[in-house]
Design a binder for this molecule. Structure first.
Ligand code: MRU
Length: 355
């Protein structure tokens, strides 16, 4: 990939505009809080870990936007307001709230009257926020690398696997989660049978078709694009080793929210005796939720379904529903791979494993 998925240099945040892929690799600068909000809402940046990283840098962008170093109370107000607005961009991926919580702790540590706080907001608060955002980014890199090692150990040479949505470098700004595992397996087995990835197109926003195939092509990983609704037949007629997906939020019992269509893939995998793996960093695990019933599901514009890419595919006025995520019950998940290792199901206690 020639253009960085996300970069924050000299106080300037640039991202690869994922809505332009696979046609064009265009970097856009997010030069203010509103630009960051729009980028997250419109999926210019997307994928749970990348949303968190972008929001963390977004707080820094908001403070820089204020121009000359503002006085401490103003700086704090700007940051608190930015965090509130960024938290309203997308509801399901918990990495967003996890990252904003870390930024909040930095802001409040520098609060007026707090021992050790800086009186003028800058220098002090801004470098501290920038360091925290960079730390979140760097931790993601390390976690992605660890998940790739743990997960790829589960994939034998010659395996044909299915993946859904996009969980590669585009989704994390680093190595990727589920797709990072598959890329690592490809590198490991390249000379002894390799692996082959069946890529669900992932209606309605086609993250599989637009993004995952682009990444796999760029990296030279053998793959085939399939319609979402072809996966069951593939499991029946071909030897599918396993299904690999990422996650947007995992409850303490292992129930997993991920891109719409993941649940039916898991049901089909169980029916056909195919292993179903979820790969996600611990920042995607929401230990405050006992199970998946409490996971907020984002409902996006119905026009994404009835007029994808702006082209109507149904009669005008056709009602459409567009839940962006679904929840796969833990009992359908063979194992959850985090940076800490492989957590095997069908019963999970992630409070014990990760708490
Ligand atoms: O709507 P998106 O494109 O942000 O949805 C992304 C997914 O559902 C991914 O599978 C998930 O975030 C895991 S990415 C590492």
């Amino acid at each position: 990939m020639n253009v960085a998925v996300i970069a924050y240099r000299a106080g300037r945040l640039t991202v690869l505009d994922q809505t332009r892929l696979p046609g064009a690799s265009v970097a856009v600068e997010l030069d203010g809080l509103e630009a960051v909000e729009v980028a997250i809402r419109t999926l210019q940046v997307r994928g749970a870990p990348l949303i968190g990283i972008t929001a963390a840098y977004g707080v820094c962008v908001a403070l820089r936007e204020a121009g000359k170093p503002p006085a401490a109370p103003v700086a704090l107000r700007i940051c608190r307001e930015a965090i509130k607005r960024l938290a309203g961009t997308r509801p399901t991926a918990v990495n967003l709230f996890w990252a904003l919580e870390r930024m909040t702790r930095v802001v409040e540590r520098h609060g007026v009257g707090t021992p050790g706080g800086t009186p003028d907001g800058r220098p002090g608060l801004l470098p501290a926020l920038e360091a925290e955002a960079a730390a979140i980014h760097e931790e993601t890199r390390v976690q992605d690398a660890a998940m790739a090692v743990h997960g790829s150990a589960l994939i034998p040479a010659g395996a044909k696997v299915i993946t859904h949505c996009n969980t590669g470098p585009l989704a994390t700004g680093c190595g990727g989660t589920a797709l990072g595992v598959l890329i690592a397996a490809h590198r490991k087995h390249g000379n002894d049978g390799g692996i082959h990835v069946l890529v669900d197109e992932t209606r309605p926003r086609w993250q599989g078709a637009h993004l995952t195939t682009w990444e796999l092509k760029t990296l030279g990983v053998p793959h085939t694009l399939i319609c979402d609704n072809a996966a069951a037949m593939m499991m029946r007629l071909e030897t599918i080793h396993s299904v690999w997906v990422g996650a947007d939020r995992i409850a303490a019992n292992g129930d997993t929210a991920n891109k719409i269509g993941t649940y039916s893939l898991a049901v089909n995998a169980r029916h056909h005796g195919v292993s179903f793996y979820v790969t996600a960093p611990s920042s995607t695990v929401d230990l405050t939720l006992a199970d998946g019933a409490g996971i907020p599901i984002e409902h996006r514009d119905p026009a994404e379904v009835s007029a994808p890419g702006g082209r109507a595919i149904a009669p005008p006025g056709t009602p459409a529903s567009n839940p962006a995520f679904d929840v796969t019950p833990a009992e359908l998940i063979t194992a959850i791979v985090t940076e800490r290792g492989v957590h095997r199901g069908p019963v999970y206690d992630l409070r014990r494993d990760l708490g």
